[in-house]
Ligand binder design. Structure first.
Ligand SMILES: *Cc1c(COP(=O)(O)O)cnc(C)c1O
Length: 323
């Protein structure tokens, strides 16, 4: 399958497939951001999705499209965060075994959160790379099916269902602003929005430290980046040098990529809490950060900002908002 082979049809198919299992999230008008920008700005609240992030959409679509034999063997993922939660929750719901690999550096509360969703957690090695080596071994030895967090046509189509909901709830949308890491989220959304009859601008936003897709697009091919700690922890990590789908999707369908600083991310988390009464994780607040700092250029009259998740560590959150 080539990147161009993922089509709008796949996104519609995904929507039918996942509808019973995921929430159709609200698109809520932001009075403060509308006033600030002079545009009508609405927030797509995936922080209210089951499991607290959109990744449940792609994971559910992937798991619903397993063959009978694959279903019987189960799935495996490497993730300490929202992807692990999404895969665990989808697997539990569908009665499929899920193994989630993580390193022993992962804090207990994150391990427990994924265990509580019903997954079999394997703690291996001292780094995410060690965990990935173990996961690949289990794929080979036990026939578990690898679930990518972003570079998979079913995952991309699942995330793209957000784009269909945006078109329905804001038919005259001019600009969508979307958090960007591996590019499954923005790739799927862009696929849906770029099929509309009007031009809709799609903007990706990511943190300036270790921006894998941004650096890779500049280099014209996937390149490794140094991973640095960030308030946007859900956006860190590399594309994988063997990227098959999202690099091309982002190159072909995303109009702009913007970078925001750690300070701008913290401000955006505070803004979401104080002005919108929302608890938003750092990586999910980057679209707000772009608007607050006037980085997005000409956004037109109708703007949707994807708020991709709300799973922030509450001690970290208290520090940021000064509660
Ligand atoms: C995974 C994730 C993203 C980035 O999604 P990609 O498909 O990797 O670009 C953004 N926000 C949250 C909350 C996430 O969990």
């Amino acid at each position: 399958m080539q990147p161009g082979d993922i089509t709008l049809r796949d996104v519609y198919r995904a929507r039918r497939t996942i509808a019973p299992y995921v929430r159709r999230t609200p698109l809520a008008r932001s009075a403060s951001l509308s006033e600030k920008t002079g545009a009508e700005v609405c927030l797509k609240l995936e922080c209210l999705q089951d499991t607290g992030a959109f990744k449940l959409r792609g994971a559910t679509n992937r798991l619903m499209n397993l063959s009978e034999a694959e279903r019987a063997r189960g799935v495996i993922a490497v993730s300490t965060g929202n992807h692990g939660r999404g895969v665990s929750a989808a697997a539990c719901r569908l009665g499929i075994r899920a193994v989630i690999c993580m390193s022993d550096l992962v804090p207990d509360n994150k391990v427990q959160a994924i265990r509580d969703l019903g997954a079999d957690v394997r703690i291996v090695g001292r780094s995410q790379d060690d965990a990935e080596v173990e996961a690949r071994r289990l794929v080979d030895e036990e026939g578990l099916v690898w679930v990518s967090p972003f570079d998979d046509p079913f995952v991309i189509a699942g995330q793209g269902t957000i784009g269909l909901e945006l078109l329905e709830d804001m038919p005259d949308i001019d600009t969508a602003i979307v958090p960007l890491s591996g590019g499954g989220l923005i790739g799927g959304i862009a696929l849906a929005l770029k099929s509309a009859t009007r031009d809709i601008r799609v903007i990706g936003v990511t943190m300036e430290n270790g921006a894998a897709m941004y650096e890779s697009q500049r280099a014209g091919k996937p390149v490794p980046v140094d991973e640095e700690p960030s308030l946007a922890d859900c956006l860190t990590g590399s594309l994988g040098l063997e990227n098959h789908y999202t690099f091309d999707l982002v190159r072909d369908h995303v109009d702009d990529m913007l970078l925001v600083s750690e300070e701008q991310i913290a401000d955006a988390v505070r803004h979401a809490y104080r002005q919108e009464r929302l608890i938003v994780e750092g990586g999910a607040s980057v679209g707000i950060a772009a608007l607050l700092n006037g980085l997005a250029g000409d956004i037109g009259a109708k703007v949707a900002v994807v708020i991709s998740g709300g799973n922030i560590d509450m001690d970290k959150f208290d520090k940021i908002v000064g509660a």
